[in-house]
Design a binder for this molecule. Structure first.
Ligand SMILES: *[C@@H]1O[C@H](CO)[C@@H](O)[C@H](O)[C@H]1NC(C)=O
Ligand SMILES: *[C@@H]1O[C@H](CO)[C@@H](O)[C@H](O)[C@H]1NC(C)=O
Length: 259
């Protein structure tokens, strides 16, 4: 492999695997990695939340399952205007989502424990703290708001109702868009690595498999049905892998400069 042959790393950062270990030693390694290769974090969560958690200006961030992608901050760190929004495929939905958010807050007020969260490109109605007897009533309340918005889709997660635009968009599409916006769309010498532990990461693994380019790495303690090419068992192994990537790049740079 030449040193030009590995320019892209993409991580998924959804619960539970990434959150806790980014917090600790991981940040230093990821920062070094981003110096060597374009590095992106993809998450189901809202981009600002992910950024506030990771706090690395060097990275690309794709929040809301990749519906909100932003490149590394350029120029001075203090100037927020220098951040570059790359892509928001659902931006036309923003006013509608804000409107529905307000209506949901109003409508669900009468259900104690219900919590409406605005994740910018999607809304969540959490019912973890709602009395089980009230669940169907809450679902009805949410549906009654949504009946006027056919362009929004309702799905149910773990003790949460999720509302998002009906556009076809997933982490696989986000990965493709990232590669394109980095100018790698048609490059054959690019080797994207996508690391993730969530079911929603399968869309990204499948893209790499279909393109025959790079590989996906599933992080899982147990064997799982997956379209990733490799697996690592736990965050420590991921970190070790990333460290080796950095070492390999530094070594190849040193070798080059000697020639
Ligand atoms: C990549 O290739 C496709 C099909 O050959 C072409 O339509 C597209 O414009 C190319 N993209 C870039 C960025 O060169
Ligand atoms: C892997 O890809 C195949 C072919 O597209 C698909 O049928 C299968 O469901 C995928 N596996 C997972 C775990 O997503």
């Amino acid at each position: 492999m030449t040193s030009d042959y590995f320019p892209c790393a993409v991580f998924s950062i959804d619960f539970p695997f990434f959150f806790f270990f980014v917090l600790h030693q991981m940040r230093k390694t990821v920062r070094k990695l981003a110096k060597c290769f374009p590095t992106a974090i993809v998450s189901g969560r809202c981009r600002d939340k992910v950024y506030n958690f990771v706090k690395l200006a060097e990275l690309y961030y794709a929040g809301s399952h990749g519906m909100d992608i932003k490149g590394p901050e350029k120029g001075s760190k203090s100037n927020k205007d220098t951040e570059s929004v790359l892509f928001q495929p659902a931006s036309e939905f923003l006013p509608m989502i804000d409107e529905v958010y307000k209506q949901l807050v109003e409508t669900t007020k009468s259900t104690p424990g219900a919590k409406v969260e605005n994740n910018k490109f999607c809304l969540s109605v959490h019912f973890r703290c709602v009395d089980e007897k009230k669940w169907s009533e809450l679902a009805q309340q949410v549906k009654s708001v949504l009946k006027d918005y056919p362009k929004l889709r309702l799905t149910q997660g773990r003790k949460v109702l999720e509302i998002r635009p009906t556009i076809k968009w997933d982490k696989g599409k986000a990965l493709e868009f990232l590669l394109e916006s980095l100018g790698f769309a048609n490059c054959t010498d690019v080797f994207p690595v996508y690391i993730g532990d969530d079911r929603t990461d399968e869309d990204a693994f499948k893209i790499l498999r279909d393109r025959g380019q790079g590989f996906g790495i599933l992080v899982s303690k147990f064997p799982k049905d997956t379209n990733a090419s490799y697996s690592l068992q736990e965050p420590d192994e991921v970190m070790d892998f990333l460290r080796r990537l950095v070492e390999w790049k530094e070594l190849s740079l040193r070798t080059q400069s000697r020639m």
